[in-house]
Design a protein around this ligand. Structure first.
Ligand SMILES: Cc1ncc(COP(=O)(O)O)c(C=O)c1O
Length: 496
């Protein structure tokens, strides 16, 4: 098929609403009705128009009448015939349609939508994973054959009650499996009743903020920090205040200056993006803050599976005696982000209200994906996959550190990488950050500046930007690609 001819639509032409009145010529009415539909864009140009015989039958009129209407449409260029195929809206007419769309008048948006406009989510990076894209695990290792077999099993044996509406808190088998996994892997003892399955961390943060904050109330967030968490909190109506991060993680002392804060969002196991671990002393201070102020802590454990050295510190959730911590996990980093599955472990008093909130606005996550994930864990595939992912990312980390040390591109020093799928190297100035990123980009290597993780001081009170650096993901590309990218950087940064 030539490139200019669009593929045929799977939907047939729909004559619904084509009404003809007595008293006016029928052919002209058919002509006008089809012309108006073409001009308003309501006929997809890929839809084959009915034959004159079919349309005559559908409208209960003579075929000659329809032939006259079609002849007029052909003559004026609205429709054209494709040899051996049928009749379609012609290309010039469909282009006319696009121009005629009244898209220019600005829509009246709600205040919420206007807030969203100011914080447009950056488009998801397109194309295959590359060096040193952030946020992706070793997707090449996902056992898709096992996953598709489990899906096939689900659909082969699915009892009807599993594909209707279900519990907004999530699939019970999945929640039970998660409780077992969290106890074994993260030392977190919890009851499946207190787990709520979500569509990933993004939804978890937004749901918790909606549950715990009134519009205009203050939420504290690490600065530099996870911009999407800031967006989710702001979307729920929070005012944000940034809290600085140092070598021990969130500077809890600064919370005293924001006594009105109702909640704090933190990434204690592997601060995003600096890679710092929140020290035990700061964990205890944070918990004491929550207990005394009546605030809540959102603990985002997004990549807790990836620890390469040192024993992980106890989760805030495990240390919490006062029911102030909401723990958030995701399958995005250990399975794949497109799955959109995550979970909250809530303090007992918040589990039912959270499930209720979820149920009210989008009911629950996909039953098939939840059931397949539950089986994936039950049959031991998850456990094996986690081990494989950790081994692979450790090897990728080792290659990055080894090659970097050997070639020292741009004289930049990488820190030790004790956990996670990315690292953050400090630089002396924003100018240096810009120069290195631009040169890397020109050489085809993707690097994100630390400046991208600072909250805009116009929007966020509290700690302001003062450091520069390079944030680089190493999880999604193999060792050979990492070595090549380090070599490329060495050459690209030679004269920067
Ligand atoms: C700090 C942080 N938390 C959570 C996530 C995962 O988010 P989600 O579960 O919505 O995919 C990411 C992904 O990059 C992240 O960087």
């Amino acid at each position: 098929m030539p490139a200019s001819v669009p593929a045929a639509s799977p939907f047939p032409f729909d004559p619904t609403g084509l009404r003809l009145n007595a008293g006016k010529g029928l052919a002209i009415q058919v002509y006008e009705a089809l012309r108006d539909r073409i001009l308003s864009g309501s006929i997809d140009p890929r839809v084959k128009l009915p034959t004159t015989r079919e349309l005559a039958l559908a409208l209960q009129i003579s075929r000659t009448t329809v032939v006259r209407a079609y002849d007029q449409l052909y003559a004026e260029g609205y429709i054209s015939a494709r040899v051996g195929d049928g009749t379609y809206v012609s290309a010039p007419a469909s282009a006319l349609t696009r121009q005629a769309n009244p898209a220019s008048s600005a829509p009246q948006l709600s205040q919420l939508a206007q807030r969203l406009e100011q914080r447009r989510a950056p488009p998801a990076p397109s194309g295959a994973p590359c060096a040193f894209r952030l946020g992706l695990p070793p997707l090449d290792l996902f056992p898709s054959a096992i996953w598709s077999r489990l899906h096939a099993d689900f659909w082969r044996h699915t009892p009807e009650h599993r594909i209707g509406y279900s519990d907004p808190a999530g699939d019970l088998q999945l929640r039970s499996m998660l409780a077992g996994y969290l106890r074994h892997a993260r030392g977190l003892v919890c009851d499946p009743e207190h787990i709520i399955i979500t569509a990933g961390t993004q939804q978890a943060i937004f749901t918790c903020a909606q549950l715990l904050l009134n519009p205009g109330e203050l939420a504290a967030i690490e600065n530099p920090g996870y911009q999407r968490a800031g967006a989710a909190l702001a979307l729920a109506g929070a005012r944000l205040c940034g809290i600085a991060v140092d070598a021990e993680g969130l500077v809890t002392e600064q919370l005293k200056a924001h006594s009105a804060a109702r909640l704090v969002y933190v990434t204690p196991s592997n601060q995003y993006p600096t890679g710092v671990t929140l020290s035990l002393a700061r964990r205890l201070e944070l918990l004491a803050w929550a207990e005394h102020s009546g605030g809540y802590i959102l603990e985002d454990d997004y990549d807790g599976e990836y620890r390469y050295s040192g024993t992980p510190l106890a989760l805030l959730t495990s240390l919490d005696r006062a029911g102030r911590v909401l723990y958030m996990g995701t399958f995005s980093k250990i399975a794949f982000p497109g799955l959109r599955l995550g979970y909250i472990v809530a303090p007992p008093a918040l589990a039912a209200p959270l499930a209720n909130l979820r149920g009210q606005y989008d009911r629950h996550s996909s039953c098939a994906e939840q059931a397949v994930m539950a089986e994936f864990i039950t049959q031991g595939h998850f456990h094996r996959h986690v081990r494989r992912m950790r081994r692979a990312s450790r090897a990728r980390r080792d290659t990055l550190l080894g090659e970097w040390e050997r070639l020292r591109p741009g004289g930049v020093v990488l820190p030790d990488i004790a956990a996670g799928l990315h690292c953050c190297a400090s630089l002396e100035s924003p100018q240096r950050e810009q120069q290195l990123i631009a040169a890397a980009q020109a050489a085809g290597v993707e690097i994100t500046g630390l400046s991208r993780f600072w909250f805009d001081h116009n929007e966020v009170a509290g700690s302001v930007a003062d450091s520069s650096g390079l944030v680089m993901g190493f999880g999604s590309i193999d060792e050979a690609a990492i070595a090549r990218a380090v070599k490329t950087l060495q050459q690209a940064w030679r004269h920067v």
